[in-house]
Design a binder for this molecule. Structure first.
Ligand SMILES: Nc1nc2c(c(=O)[nH]1)N[C@H]1C(S)=C(S)[C@@H](COP(=O)(O)O)O[C@H]1N2
Ligand SMILES: [Mo]
Length: 541
């Protein structure tokens, strides 16, 4: 026991000693990284927010992330998945920076190699973006150059202060050519720390200034606020009275824009200038078209309520919402372009290179597919695709709802796999019948007697014809259906169960407009959407 205790103590001492010896190197590395990131951010003012090294690397990481991991991230972090990714990237960078700094104090060249690698990875990531162009490498190149300069200076200062790790090779610790440039005050311990703090401060100011300038230069909030959406030629009828039963805790029938779920691969939101926006319609068409935003707004606009849901939504999950959209008819536009025979896939491309493919047949079968420009009475929010997104009722978002849309290509499923299909997701993504219990909340404690159960059910474009609930595997009872706003939206429902004291498990299932009952069988979200009944466990007291 005592032997063990002594061993632990020794281990701690050894680690502590190593940490102390590594500290100057860690400082050199962190300051180097700070300077590099800051210069990268500043350079991105010229080339766009997506070209800043950390963002470019993050975006490349999203595209390279294996599907199960991406599913895990969406499942566990939801809309925060991007924040988690960025924290991961900066943490990785910090670790590499410390290693680089420690190496630099042994031999500067080793540290510089890592800095160069950092620049190369950033440049490669920027180039690998679907919309990447050669100038996009500049932020990473300049970042690496700034990092190299700072590392060289800091290492010289550490050396002069006698803080560099003792090396077996004398020439590695001896004065280098840079030392001539080193100001006299930076040649002792205090000078080293002053240099580090000063550089870190300058990096913080530069980086923040870069960020602010990027946000300002590319921000479309002002232009968006000036957009006037014309009154729709085909307004939606007012919502039927009673689409929303008055039950506390039940989701609203219309999902407010700030509450609407967001799922996309955009690490920074694309800022699309509506004045510069063009939509091309091309591929297997007789007359390729190009529209400006004014052209789009001049078309007869249709107002339509539609529920949008994500294929990654788990049973009972919240990646679903309903909005009142306004847009131009997608089918009319395709007819004008003249779809050639054999074209069975419509691929929507976004300004950031996302590709989303939908069956042409469905777009032309009479449903209300839109090139949407408004959501719940305002221009599309930037997070939801401003200035224009695609919407096709009946399909999950990943095959129908391209945000920041700039290009429509008519092609075939045989010839082209869109982004998610290449990652193993189903080619066709019709929405599966789903129902969710909103009230009571899981693990709620409710009073004995009649328990009110309420929720939503959707089978987008097929509609919901019935909802049933039951407790503890007992007989199914029909729930009361709220008024219907048509097959393209979800339907609220409520029901009462009489429950004795104790724990209970409440389940729900829906029947869609074709008469098919929602399947009990649980399947994963991958590759074509989850199935199974939602249940909540409550305690009656
Ligand atoms: N450009 C672009 N459009 C996109 C996506 C994306 O990653 N990029 N994600 C799709 C997915 S998977 C879904 S579920 C819907 C979500 O739309 P929302 O964020 O407006 O709710 O957008 C779709 N459109
Ligand atoms: Mo999705």
């Amino acid at each position: 026991m005592r032997r063990f205790g002594t061993a632990v103590l020794h281990a701690f001492r050894a680690v502590g000693g190593a940490a102390r010896r590594a500290a100057p190197g860690a400082v050199v590395g962190m300051v180097t990284a700070a300077a590099a990131v800051a210069v990268g951010e500043l350079a991105a003012v010229l080339t766009g927010p997506r070209t800043a090294p950390a963002i470019a690397v993050g975006s490349a990481a999203i595209d390279l992330t294996p599907t199960p991991l991406k599913e895990f991230a969406i499942r566990n972090f939801g809309t925060n998945d991007k924040l988690v990714l960025l924290i991961g990237i900066y943490t990785t960078l910090a670790v590499i920076a410390v290693v680089a700094g420690v190496l630099a104090l042994r031999r500067l060249a080793y540290g510089l190699v890592l800095v160069a690698l950092f620049g190369l990875v950033g440049a490669w990531a920027a180039l690998s973006r679907p919309t990447g162009s050669f100038q996009d490498v500049w932020p990473s190149v300049l970042a690496a150059l700034a990092g190299a300069a700072v590392m060289t200076l800091m290492a010289a200062s550490a050396r002069a202060a006698g803080m560099a790790a003792p090396s077996s090779r004398a020439q590695d610790v001896g004065p280098g050519p840079v030392d001539a440039f080193l100001p006299p005050w930076a040649r002792d311990r205090r000078g080293f720390l002053t240099l580090a703090a000063g550089t870190a401060g300058a990096a913080a100011v530069t980086g923040l200034a870069g960020r602010v300038a990027v946000d300002k230069r590319y921000d479309v909030t002002l232009k968006r606020s000036r957009v006037r959406i014309p009154a729709p030629a085909v307004p939606a009828p007012p919502l039927p009275a009673g689409v929303h039963p008055d039950v506390a805790g039940l989701s609203g029938f219309i999902t407010a824009n700030p509450d609407f779920y967001r799922v996309d691969t955009a690490l920074v939101l694309p800022q699309v200038d509506p004045d510069a926006w063009r939509l091309r319609i091309r591929g297997m068409v007789d007359h390729p078209l190009e529209l400006t935003f004014a052209d789009l707004l001049a078309r007869p606009l249709i107002e339509h309520d539609q529920t949008l849901s994500c294929v990654s939504n788990e049973v009972g999950g919240s990646l679903v919402g309903t909005a009142r959209w306004i847009g131009a008819s997608l089918a009319d536009l395709l007819r004008e372009a003249g779809v050639r025979r054999g074209a069975d896939q419509l691929v929507g491309r976004s300004v950031d290179g996302m590709t989303i493919g939908a069956p042409v047949e469905s777009v032309l079968d009479g449903r209300t597919g839109l090139l949407a420009v408004a959501m719940n009475g305002e221009p599309l929010p930037v997070a939801h695709g401003f200035p224009c997104r695609m919407l096709i009722p009946g399909f999950y978002g990943y095959v129908s709802a391209t945000k920041w849309l700039v290009d429509l290509e008519l092609t075939t499923f045989a010839d082209y796999d869109a982004y998610w299909v290449r990652r193993g997701w189903a080619r066709l993504g019709p929405v599966k019948t789903a129902s969710r219990i909103d009230v009571p909340r899981p693990f709620a404690r409710v009073a004995a007697g009649t328990v009110t159960v309420a929720g939503v059910a959707w089978a987008t474009h097929r509609g919901v014809d019935a909802v049933e609930i039951r407790a503890d595997g007992g007989p199914w009872r029909p729930a009361g259906l709220a008024a219907s706003d048509g097959p393209d939206t979800w339907r609220q429902w409520t029901g009462d169960l009489t429950l004795a004291a104790g724990p209970h498990r409440i389940e729900v299932r829906a029947t869609d407009g074709t008469g098919a009952v929602q399947t009990e069988q649980r399947t994963d979200t991958f590759p074509s959407g989850s199935t199974g009944w939602h249940s909540v466990v409550i305690t009656v007291v």
